[in-house]
Design a protein around this ligand. Sequence first.
Ligand SMILES: Cc1cc2nc3c(=O)[nH]c(=O)nc-3n(C[C@H](O)[C@H](O)[C@H](O)COP(=O)(O)OP(=O)(O)OC[C@H]3O[C@@H](n4cnc5c(N)ncnc54)[C@H](O)[C@@H]3O)c2cc1C
Length: 347
Amino acid sequence: MSKVTLTKVLIVGAGPIGLELAACLKHAGVDYLHVEAGQIGQTMSWYPINAHFFSSPERIAIAGLPLHAPDQSKTSREQYLTYLRGVVEYYDLKIRTYETVTHIQRLSPTGFHVTTTKTVYHADNLVLAIGDMHGPRKLNIPGEDLPQVSHYFVEPHRYFRQKLLIVGGRNSAVEAALRCQRVGAYVTLSYRRADFDLEHIKYWLYPELKSLIRAGKITFKPQTVPVEIHADHVVLHSPIENRQSKIPSDFVLLLTGYVMDSKLFELAGVTLKGENRAPVYDQETMQTDVPGLYVAGTAAAGTQVRFHVFIENSHPHVARIVQALTGSPPPDGLVNPVARDFALPES
Ligand SMILES: Cc1cc2nc3c(=O)[nH]c(=O)nc-3n(C[C@H](O)[C@H](O)[C@H](O)COP(=O)(O)OP(=O)(O)OC[C@H]3O[C@@H](n4cnc5c(N)ncnc54)[C@H](O)[C@@H]3O)c2cc1C
């Protein structure tokens, strides 16, 4: 193994919140290093092509740099990735990309040995800004690993004139159903509930979805769950009717949510609580119950069953960590103040 690199702070994860923190620590002159398993904004990079954020642009802007959408609307995946690259260039942030943290060893009395796929770090403090979407929530049914089955909707074109079964009833599934129907796919939507929960889908999608279902352009199978996937069909089970039906399908999208991999927290000895397995941390500092280990961004929420931690209400995490590590808050404007100034729910 290569020699150990020393640092006062190691940030893990270069999503928007990890990047905002890096800009602040650099500004404060803190000795820090930053590693990222993929490319910066890795989580956004697997959003569907041309997907739009639900949040308004000013709420997901970071590090004091304005974010504008060309049409004054919501920001697209492509615009946001462009913006994040600009933030990194503007502050000249050094990020060790394509380097995954694989192991954390807590040292006595303080500090950590952090092993990555490339080297080992000795960090006095560690910030896990690793997000909460490490993998799909699997159904664990036969056929889930077949090649025509995916847990990620990337782009609609591949489903043109194909029979597509989509499983799920929240934003990802509903948006995929609408976009794929529009490109000429024959869409069936299976959802375990009787109807869609308006709190969980973008409000402008709902009327459109309902009218396409009414018009017979999307086939809706409420209160059904897939139990087997075969090369040319999926078996749906209806617990209410206690019967099974075969749905012919060329492709299957299982859009049933994502889960967090809490391995790094476990390795470091952080207590995880509740059904979300959220790390225990101090609200004032974001320090977990392991001294010197901080959590930032959506990772603070664990696996979110009901989403309540987003980019916009994670900005304060950055200010708290900067204060805890340096003794001073970041200067006005460097951390997005939106959430502090307007305590609105997700917009
Ligand atoms: C289609 C879609 C639309 C969304 N729309 C919105 C929206 O409108 N508003 C909103 O706020 N949120 C939205 N989200 C959720 C959004 O992606 C998260 O809120 C956001 O990514 C959280 O930022 P973060 O910096 O906390 O974590 P992330 O952006 O997830 O960043 C975490 C980073 O850590 C890296 N990482 C993880 N493990 C390791 C490791 N072991 N070693 C090194 N690096 C590691 C990851 O590669 C990743 O780059 C949406 C999600 C999806 C899928």
